[in-house]
Design a binder for this molecule. Structure first.
Ligand code: 6PG
Length: 240
């Protein structure tokens, strides 16, 4: 695991975008493709924008395949949609084949959407039995309650050990979500948390230094690299 703390949000976005491109170029060189899972919420918007504005020509988007680590169960045009956020900040600004953008069918029944999404991932990776895919990079955010993707404290999906994608009812939000599971995350070649803002300082300290048992603590890639990219505000309570 490596922890990187940057002076301000813009530098965080820049460095995160740079690291995404580095990993992507390596994957394309090695395998001819880059399977990237996007995170949601608000923090990644700056990263996606930076990717589109400053790094657009540094990645062969024809060889990039986009997935989402989680999605709210709303239509794709809804303000809360993680797809909409990524589309506005990145996808609409790059020339990526539409067939390479694997959106969660978030307008469907959550269980169906999760099953369909897992099927779509299985078709992409050609894995239909047991075992998990190796995404080249999975981006993750961090909630101040220690959730990541839509793996919230005390939610059912925290315990999923077989499925790649799960529907998950989040009591505190009174809402269903679709989320990748920990086994899928932990089989990735690279996992990158991108965390910004003073509201995350305490949870970052509790997870990274006190090792408290929040959901994000379960992100421990089996053989992949784990990056924590923070801005100074989010890293403000870290001792190191
Ligand atoms: C989501 C995200 C979630 C997010 C954190 C942080 O769909 O909400 O995937 O895990 O990354 O809640 O969100 P912010 O970046 O908005 O603080």
């Amino acid at each position: 695991m490596s922890i990187h703390v940057f002076d301000n949000p813009n530098q965080l976005y820049e460095k995160a975008a740079e690291q995404i491109v580095t990993i992507g170029r390596e994957a394309i060189t090695q395998k001819g493709q880059f399977a990237l899972t996007l995170s949601g919420g608000s923090t990644p918007a700056g990263v996606y924008n930076t990717l589109a504005q400053s790094f657009k020509d540094q990645l062969d988007w024809q060889k990039v395949y986009l997935f989402w680590g989680d999605e709210r169960c709303v239509v794709a045009t809804h303000p809360d949609s993680n797809y909409r956020m990524a589309n506005e900040n990145l996808i609409s600004k790059i020339s990526i084949p539409s067939g390479h953008v694997h959106r969660v069918a978030s307008e469907e029944d959550p269980l169906l959407a999760a099953q369909q999404y897992e099927d779509e991932m299985r078709d992409f990776f050609g894995i239909y039995g047991s075992g998990f895919p190796e995404f080249d990079l999975i981006l993750l955010g961090l909630g101040d309650d220690g959730h990541t993707a839509s793996l919230f404290p005390e939610s059912e999906a925290l315990h999923e050990s077989e499925r790649w994608v799960s529907d998950n009812f989040v009591k505190k939000l009174k809402a269903h979500r679709v989320t990748v599971t920990f086994p899928l995350i932990n089989h990735a070649a690279n996992v990158m948390f991108i965390v910004s803002g003073s509201s995350k300082a305490s949870i970052c300290h509790q997870i990274l230094e006190e090792k408290k048992d929040y959901p994000a603590q379960k992100v421990q890639p089996k053989s992949g690299n784990l990056f924590w990219f923070l801005d100074k505000e989010a890293g403000n309570k870290l001792k190191v």
